[in-house]
Design a protein around this ligand. Structure first.
Ligand code: ARG
Length: 562
């Protein structure tokens, strides 16, 4: 049993409140001098009609203190100092026996959670904002799945809208060979050309509209061109998803809802929510202090928002979700607030279960990157740059390493992903290669390096056997590391609660720092006390398990050597 449960059980016996409720009140004190766990008695004071510090005092006197070094009261707080040997052995044994499922739980069993992420627009570059969404969304998907939720990863492709009419009109300028080789660049080229030509000849715009209308009506010629544009774009996107090792359960994008929008209009009509404004049909959102949500434009065309309404309704019916999460940049906050408010007005109370997980902008310290082609950074270039810089660093630090190419890939891509996940997601990210790839900053490579260090220590100990004496792991540094390792599940739950993968990135930075402190200060392989040596080795092994687990939840691979 872990200490949190033990403490909760013992308090529960005394105060007649369910263990589950007590467990929620237990806190981890901010400083080790204040104990390992703390129980504030304020809440009990209300039901017990007694001063909170009195309750703390009484509990201290009556509670069974076996397993604890001491129990103290400070005001209304009951502070528990656990027996270090017991905590170390129970934590380490748990990690070793659970292995890669350490940190998991089944609290989400029977609940469906949708995580929509990435969602690039076809025929347009997959830009850094989409990469950000991909990194955060993929991490959330894995983190949430680890707690037993049934998670569904959806890529809401931007594959519908009037721009496809324009692209079809521009298709006569396409260079098939270029389209085969670098589809997005070629599609972008003809799209730009369309706008240049339309400046001179405005009738092109009408042609574009006509093509989109025909596409909506299912005309064969337009449909097959659209399909071709979609296929070549997806081929390119899939290359990026492969590099990042990201998988989706569904690619139902905007076009998927093209035949499901009449129903949305009907529902809103039935509820009397549609009003006319300058020829367009809108839902008035005055009572929410928001501009109206446009449902149909004056030419009768539906838009992005209509498709999102249809998608939300479809998802509720298909997946009966517990949460429907959208990982999209904060520049679309108003859009999502309008969608959720419209659903709410239409009587769908589950609108409250829809969550916009927003993130900030990505800025580049490196000018060269942001000006290569207009304002667009080609993502593959970005990932490849990461890989080649990692390759160069390895070449310099460890030229005789085996599998150099594989390591460079994992380190380079891991470094980019970690950068996106490291800070509070709503903060803007400044992308600076030197910081990102540094082996001793708060970076992906630093975490991967710590893992490889641990593995190498374990490698050197092959053949050693001894019974661990956990009572001897009593230095401040060892105990801090053990406590951190024991906190994985709490970190995961709090990351889910706030939809914030950075809680796990910060957690694993702390673990890596504590681990580095520990092995720099204390001998492991050369430790002469067999029981202590064995215990330290188990601590190293547990640390590698936790690092690997957290990196995998963040979508980053480990390397055995680097
Ligand atoms: N394709 C959109 C874009 O690139 C993002 C889609 C976000 N998801 C949604 N359900 N609207 O801006």
């Amino acid at each position: 049993m872990d200490f949190k449960t033990l403490i909760s059980n013992r308090i529960s016996e005394k105060v007649n409140i369910p263990v589950k409720d007590i467990e929620k009140m237990i806190e981890i004190p901010p400083k080790p001098e204040m104990g390992d766990f703390a129980f504030p008695c304020f809440q009990l004071a209300k039901t017990m009609r007694k001063a909170p510090n009195l309750i703390a005092q009484e509990l201290k006197n009556s509670i069974d203190s076996q397993g604890f070094e001491k129990i103290e009261t400070v005001g209304a707080y009951l502070n528990f100092f656990v027996d270090k040997g017991i905590l170390s052995s129970s934590t380490i044994e748990k990690i070793l026996s659970e292995g890669k499922s350490y940190g998991n739980s089944n609290i989400g069993e029977g609940k469906n959670v949708i995580v929509e992420f990435s969602s690039p627009n076809i025929a347009k570059p997959f830009h850094v904002g989409h990469l950000c969404s991909t990194a955060i969304g993929n991490a959330l998907y894995k983190i949430i799945s680890s707690q037993g939720y049934n998670t569904i990863a959806i890529n809401h492709l931007g594959d519908w809208g009037t721009q496809f009419g324009k692209l079809i009109a521009a298709f006569k300028w396409v260079d098939e060979e270029a389209l085969e080789k670098e589809p997005i660049k070629e599609l972008l080229r003809i799209y730009v050309k369309f706008h240049e030509e339309a400046e001179k000849d405005p009738s092109l715009e009408d042609l574009g509209r006509l093509h989109f209308k025909r596409l909506e009506d299912g005309c064969e010629e337009e449909t097959s061109l659209w399909q071709k544009i979609k296929d070549v774009s997806l081929k390119e996107f899939n290359r990026i998803y492969d590099m990042l090792n990201v998988k989706f359960d569904s690619f139902a994008g905007e076009s998927f809802y093209s035949d499901k929008m009449d129903e949305v209009v009907e529902i809103l009509e039935d509820k009397g929510l549609l009003t006319e404004s300058k020829g367009a049909l809108v839902v008035n959102l005055d009572e929410y202090n928001m501009p109206p949500c446009i449902i149909k434009k004056s030419d009768g065309a539906t838009i992005y928002a209509t498709r999102d309404l249809a998608a939300a309704i479809y998802r509720k019916r298909t997946y009966d979700f517990y949460k429907n999460i959208y990982v999209v940049g904060s520049d679309q906050s108003l859009h999502f607030r309008q969608i959720f408010a419209t659903l709410k007005l239409a009587g769908f109370d589950w609108a409250d279960d829809c969550v916009h997980v927003a993130f900030g902008l990505v800025k580049f310290a490196d000018k060269k990157l942001s000006t290569r082609k207009g304002d667009v950074i080609f993502l593959e270039d970005l990932l490849n740059e990461g890989i080649s810089r990692a390759r160069a660093a390895i070449e310099e630090k460890n030229p005789s390493l085996e599998n150099k190419e594989d390591v460079a890939k994992k380190v380079g891509i891991g470094a980019v992903i970690f950068t996106y996940l490291k800070n509070n997601r709503e903060r803007d990210i400044v992308f600076n290669w030197d910081d990102i790839l540094s082996f001793d900053g708060e970076t992906g490579p630093y975490i991967q390096y710590s893992y490889a260090r641990g593995r190498s220590i374990l490698g050197k100990a092959t053949g050693f056997s001894g019974t661990p004496d956990y009572n001897k792991l009593n230095s401040k540094e060892e105990f801090e590391l053990v406590k951190l390792l024991g906190g994985l599940n709490d970190a995961i739950l709090s990351a889910i609660d706030k939809y914030e993968p950075s809680i796990l990135s910060r957690y694993i930075i702390d673990v890596a720092k504590a681990f580095n402190k520990f092995y720099n200060l204390y001998p492991i392989i050369s430790c002469e006390d067999v029981g202590l040596k064995a215990a330290r080795l188990k601590l190293v092994e547990s640390t590698t398990i936790v690092i690997k687990k957290v990196l995998s939840l963040l979508g980053i691979d480990v390397v055995e050597k680097m």
